[in-house]
Design a protein around this ligand. Structure first.
Ligand code: GMT
Length: 375
């Protein structure tokens, strides 16, 4: 099939999932066209089956806000016509589902009927989408999608609770390509980060409020009081400065490394002993899954869709949101001896394998077929 994928091109999970999905679809023989304002960060190799079309928004002084949705709709219309695209798959409802629906309607004027699948990722529902300023438009564009998917059962339920949804929502979980991690790195350079006797704790995110960054630092603070450890903080975002300040106040600057954004998180996760994800909410927690496939157990909150990924007492532990003391206790119980740590590492890997792309890709392909036939 010829599929257009619309996503955010940044380090956020929705963009990562969309990009990895597109790459996998191309390897199955589909022709995939990414349409967004910048080349997605995980999209390295373009080919005759993977194309990238940049959406330009011309600056005009009259506009206080540049109309991205308009430019995106027009780009979609042009790309569908130029390449004979057969299906739109938009990731993240705002404004992608809205722009996609407009493109669909414009194309209908020319007798072109194209199905649209919308995948809900989380903050488009839980944080942004249900704001009264956006809610009617988001509800409308979800209901007008031909097929709607959400990345977890929990997100499906929240969508049904927050919006008046008339469409069936199919749960298609996020995934991981196990084959990419099956050979362990020969250059997994643990020694660059820590001494042999130190445990390595990692956190990866976009450093937004929802990630409870201070809890990451406080949990690490509790851990390092008991055992020698280093904390690696990967990512960029508004909470980073505060985190650096807190690390300084706690007097642990020599034990915490802020690495910024990385395109090679598996090179960091390959030597990590524990991953921290104490978020206020996560629709899924892709970062936790990426940690787990790299044999890194997860200490997380029990909110949103995280319990569908991190299995309590098996791949790590779940605590109530903000219960730092419980997270410290759980972390120490995993790190207390090598045998326990290794058991959790192997379990984390085993649980993550259930989300292998081999199991999830056919679900999307079946939905594409259905949308195409029904359209
Ligand atoms: O976590 C973020 O803030 C980024 C956000 C995004 O839209 O890229 O991530 C959301 O989608 C990911 C992929 O489906 C999920 O794994 C994340 O849990 C979800 N984030 C939240 O729900 C906060």
């Amino acid at each position: 099939m010829k599929i257009a994928i619309v996503c955010y091109p940044t380090f956020g999970g929705s963009g990562v999932v969309a990009t990895e999905l597109g790459i996998a679809l191309a390897s199955r023989g589909h022709e995939v066209h990414f349409i967004t304002y910048k080349q997605p960060v995980r999209l390295e190799l373009l080919s005759n089956r993977i194309h990238f079309h940049e959406v330009h928004v011309p600056e005009y002084p009259l506009f206080h806000y540049q109309p991205y949705e308009l430019a995106l709709s027009s780009k979609l219309v042009d790309t569908v016509k130029a390449f004979g695209i057969e299906l739109l798959h938009v990731h993240y409802a705002i404004p992608h589902a809205y722009a996609g629906y407009m493109a669909k309607k414009i194309l209908e004027e020319d007798g072109i009927h194209i199905p649209m699948i919308t995948t809900l990722h989380g903050t488009d529902i839980t944080l942004v989408g249900n704001h009264p300023f956006y809610k009617p438009a988001v509800t409308f564009s979800i209901n007008k999608s031909d097929i709607v998917t959400s990345v977890s059962e929990n997100l499906k339920q929240k969508t049904l609770d927050f919006f008046e949804i008339t469409k069936e929502i199919e749960v298609v979980p996020n995934f991981i390509d196990e084959s990419k991690y099956s050979t362990s790195f020969t250059d997994c350079q643990r020694s660059l980060m820590a001494e042999d006797h130190e445990k390595i704790i990692t956190h990866i995110s976009n450093f937004r409020k929802v990630k409870h960054i201070p809890d990451v630092i406080q949990t690490f603070f509790g851990i390092q009081k008991e055992i020698p450890a280093k904390l690696i903080m990967v990512g960029e975002g508004p909470e980073k400065e505060g985190a650096e300040l807190l690390v300084e106040q706690l007097g642990i600057t020599d034990k915490v490394v802020f690495l910024g954004n990385s395109n090679e998180i598996d090179r960091i996760l390959c030597f990590s002993d524990l991953f921290l994800l104490p978020s206020k909410s996560e629709s899924f927690g892709l970062a936790a899954l990426e940690a787990m496939i790299n044999r890194t157990p997860v200490i997380s909150s029990n909110t949103g869709g995280i319990p569908e990924v991190n299995v309590h007492g098996v791949s790590g532990y779940l605590s109530d949101e903000r219960d730092v003391a419980d997270m410290v206790k759980n972390a120490l119980s995993i790190l207390k001896d090598e045998e326990t740590l290794n058991t959790f590492k192997e379990n984390a890997h085993k649980v993550a394998r259930k989300f292998d792309i081999k199991n999830v890709l056919p679900l999307y392909e079946a939905l594409y077929e259905r949308a195409y036939k029904e359209n």
